[in-house]
Design a protein around this ligand. Structure first.
Ligand code: MN3
Length: 248
């Protein structure tokens, strides 16, 4: 199955499992969702699953090693998905899209917050990377330059947010409610879609700075991990999400 038909199938499956179909249909009808629907918009319900990785575990080497990718995907991320589904069932939280669940996450348990965040963040993270990286378009380069002065300034700020995150968390490039780009970081598995988050908006790009994302290869050298990670960033996906978020 190719990526497009997989996304279409999972999208259809999502509608089938949805208790409030109007929510997803509204998202489907607002245009330009075909390319990003699988990556950014999730139907609720207790049957959310990990999508297959679109590349081999070893495909991001030497920047991200195969063993880290395999453990990260099959153990860490798989556990978030499993525990999220348990919590959704236990807390009757399955009647909304994942996006709207995250927007109201303060009403639910810490278990659901951590694991729904973990699911969303990792399902997105795999799509923010691609073997060899995909370059930034001229159009999106301009958007970034207008917001940050230069692409390097943006990258430095994003890197800094990841380096300064004490303990575990994520670094983010977001499109805020004011439709402006900004950079921030969140602890644990929180993300900018959550009502509890200090940095708010739609996540265009996120970086996992938990030690499990880099320790096997980089040990304590988080800066080296981040520097290598830039080589595999999928800027096409970032721009898809920007285009999507701008219209919502
Ligand atoms: Mn992780």
């Amino acid at each position: 199955m190719n990526r497009r038909s997989f996304l279409q199938n999972s999208s259809k499956a999502g509608i089938g499992a949805l208790a409030v179909p109007g929510a997803l249909m509204a998202l489907e009808s607002c245009g330009n969702t075909k390319s990003v629907v699988g990556a950014t918009v999730y139907a609720g319900g207790p049957n959310l699953t990990q999508r297959p990785l679109l590349y081999d575990y070893k495909a991001l080497e030497p920047n991200i090693d195969a063993q880290t990718m395999e453990i990260h995907y099959t153990k860490h991320a798989a556990a978030y998905t499993k525990n999220m589904n348990e919590a959704i069932a236990a807390e009757n939280a399955g009647t909304a899209t994942l996006d709207s669940l995250l927007a109201n996450i303060s009403k639910y348990s810490v278990k659901l917050r951590n694991n729904a965040g973990g699911h969303y963040n990792h399902e997105s993270f795999w799509t923010w990377m691609t073997p060899g990286g995909k370059p930034m378009s001229a159009g999106f380069t301009q958007v970034v330059e207008t917001a940050f002065g230069s692409v390097n300034d943006m990258k430095n700020k994003f890197t800094d947010a990841g380096l300064k995150r004490f303990g575990s968390g994520w670094s983010w490039l977001v499109l805020g409610p004011d439709k402006k780009l900004s950079i921030g970081s969140t602890p644990n598995q929180d993300n900018p879609l959550m009502d509890v988050s200090e940095v708010k908006g739609f996540p265009l790009l996120g970086l996992d700075v938990w030690e499990h994302a880099y320790y096997l290869k980089y040990q304590n050298k988080r800066a080296d991990y981040i520097s290598a990670w830039w080589n595999v960033v999928n800027w096409q996906e970032v721009e898809n999400r920007y285009t999507y978020a701008k219209g919502h």
